[in-house]
Design a protein around this ligand. Structure first.
Ligand code: SF4
Ligand code: SF4
Length: 126
């Protein structure tokens, strides 16, 4: 079992992904690649292709609900870093559940995160 987000991607094709303009790499070295953004307002930018009625972030590759990847994962905006998948930390998250539902996917369950315990077993003190 792997990270369930890698076989989802629904939240990257559900919302307008907006963030403070200075997160982009024209202002912040190593920040969100400007070429993958669009201007929204004086203070905000959005990820390219998330401003319309059928959003799908330009940084998302793969097939939603099957296999996906964010090509700027280490440089994604804070709003993406803050988005919480259901049960990653033990509680359901409505936004995640709604994004998945809009793509015909069931909500995540606690057991979908079991891989973390298998991959990163708890450190035991001697
Ligand atoms: S930047 Fe990456 S994590 Fe954020 S919406 Fe786009 S594909 Fe998803
Ligand atoms: S909708 Fe939830 S499960 Fe799917 S990629 Fe986003 S956070 Fe992960």
């Amino acid at each position: 079992m792997s990270n369930p987000c890698l076989s989802c991607g629904a939240c990257c094709a559900k919302f307008r992904v907006s963030f403070y303009w200075r997160e982009a790499d024209d202002e912040t070295p190593g920040g969100v690649p400007l070429i993958l953004t669009e201007d929204l307002s004086e203070m905000k930018r959005i990820m390219k292709n998330t401003g319309g009625t059928n959003p799908r972030c330009a940084a998302l590759v793969g097939n939603i609900g099957e296999s996906v990847r964010c090509v700027i994962y280490d440089k994604r905006p804070g709003v993406c870093r803050d988005f919480m998948p259901s049960y990653q930390f033990g509680v359901p998250e409505t936004a995640c559940d709604n994004a998945r539902a809009s793509h015909g996917l069931p909500p995540l369950k606690p057991e979908d995160w079991r891989f973390e315990a298998e991959t990163f077993p708890p450190v035991r003190s001697a």
